[in-house]
Design a protein around this ligand. Structure first.
Ligand SMILES: [Zn+2]
Length: 449
């Protein structure tokens, strides 16, 4: 098919935004050049003022397949991803049945994904009590790293780990060189607070927020940092919600500990003060905290203490959100946002003087690095997969159900007005999404290094 040239006045590379052309040869980027340097025999497509972003990489997604395909699934999650400018997802090991805690389960996931995916994907393995013996084998079989919970994850089949489990697993895990992703909340404070609040009004968001205090996150992070110091494994804190841990994390980084941190669009956009009673579409764990906290998270991103932004896309059937009762204790915790994360982030980032280069780093380059696919994903650079999104940063739209594309149209962003529209998404050189339509065959496959 020969060389293709995708031109834009705003090509977003790690070095900055400039007029240019992404040259594509087959599935890979052959180079990023000035417009005048496009070879004359290349087939040209010019996007004008629309920005060309690297395909976004989401290293924190709950696809739920096999086993809970009525919650989400490869087809619907990757469809929402394509519509959101994402070209690579990494699936969390829980919620699917079997959970991804051994190689047989990983193989079941691979079979389930066959022929279903609009974009590429990878898998995290699970670290649970009793599976230290599976770690090395899972690493060889191709997981990107491991995920564990220090608190009950809401799914009984995927147990949380305690200190003894960790001490058994960490020396093995450290030898794989892969990261350990940790849901960092300790149960003690949460259980005590929940007990104390048991007769309070659980339709009130305040009650839920009080039941998961900042201190539960802080104590968990401190605990993991001490294990990191001892065992030298790569530690990654998922979905940081409390800004009160930033200082501790910055100090750990300064000390040289191999620790990285993510947060999510909902913590950077929503604020506890505005969450209405019964609005369980806003329930997630750790909880969305107050406005001052949100601003400090933005500062953490700016300062580089927080490395990356991922969705933690975690849908469920609408009934499990218990919208009728609005009971925050009973409702499933999880927010699905693959199709909206980029506009939501851009809406907030622009207000704070951040650029598309920042978004590309937080939402593509750094998550790709975490998931071990950074040599081919997350950047517009020669040798990388030709994954990119065409994004109109000036356009705005109202969030309606038809914009969501995941299985169940539940979202805390419905009826909001957001800035920036994903016009097209390309996966390895081929168009997969254009103006609300999904195009081409489902060519997405598992990323293997
Ligand atoms: Zn999650």
């Amino acid at each position: 098919m020969g060389l293709q040239a995708f031109l834009s006045r705003r090509v977003v590379t790690p070095e900055g935004i400039r007029p240019g052309a992404v040259l594509v040869d087959g599935e890979r980027i052959a180079g990023v050049v000035r417009p005048e340097d496009v070879p004359s025999d290349a087939r040209r497509e010019d996007f004008g003022e629309a920005a060309l972003l690297p395909g976004l990489v989401d290293s924190h997604v709950h696809i739920n397949e096999p086993g809970r395909t009525d919650w989400e699934g490869f087809k619907t999650a990757t469809r929402a991803a394509a519509a959101g400018g994402y070209t690579m997802l990494v699936d969390m090991p829980l919620n699917c049945v079997p959970s991804t805690t051994n190689v047989a389960a990983l193989e079941a996931k691979r079979s389930a994904a066959q022929g279903q995916c609009h974009v590429d994907w990878g898998a995290w393995g699970g670290l649970v009590p009793g599976n230290a013996g599976d770690i090395a084998e899972l690493a060889r079989a191709g997981v990107a790293g491991f995920k564990c919970f220090l608190v009950h994850p809401g799914i009984d089949e995927f147990a949380m780990v305690g200190e003894q489990d960790l001490r058994r697993a960490l020396p093995i895990l450290a030898r794989t060189g892969l990261p350990l992703l940790v849901h960092a909340e300790l149960p003690g404070r949460i259980d005590a607070a929940t007990e104390r609040l048991q007769n309070d009004d659980w339709r009130s968001y305040r009650t839920y927020l009080q039941s998961r205090p900042d201190e539960a996150e802080r104590a968990a992070i401190q605990f993991m940092l001490s294990l990191c110091r001892e065992h030298g494994f790569r530690l990654h804190i998922v979905h940081l919600a409390t800004a009160s841990a930033l200082e501790m994390l910055a100090a750990a980084r300064a000390e040289g500990l191999p620790v990285s941190v993510e947060t999510c669009p909902h913590y950077l956009h929503l604020q506890a003060e505005n969450i209405a009673d019964g609005a369980t579409q806003c329930k997630c764990a750790p909880p969305i905290r107050g406005q001052a906290n949100r601003e400090r998270l933005w500062r953490g991103l700016k300062d580089g203490v927080i490395d990356l932004v991922v969705t933690d896309h975690s849908p469920c059937p609408p009934t499990m959100k218990r919208r009728d009762e609005g009971d925050f204790r009973q409702a499933w915790g999880g927010i699905a946002s693959l199709s909206l994360a980029l506009p939501v982030m851009w809406t907030e980032a622009k207000e704070r003087g951040r650029s598309l280069v920042d978004l590309a780093r937080w939402m593509a380059e750094k998550p790709a690095w975490l998931a071990g696919c950074g040599s081919r994903k997350g950047r517009l650079a020669a040798g990388c997969d030709a994954d990119f999104a065409v994004f109109d940063p000036e356009a705005e739209f109202n969030v309606t159900e038809d914009r969501l594309h995941h299985r169940h149209a539940v979202s805390p962003y419905l009826e909001e007005r957001v800035r920036g529209v994903v016009k097209r998404t390309y996966l390895r050189g081929e168009l997969v999404y254009r103006d609300g339509e999904f195009v081409g065959e489902r060519r997405g496959g598992e990323f293997r290094a």
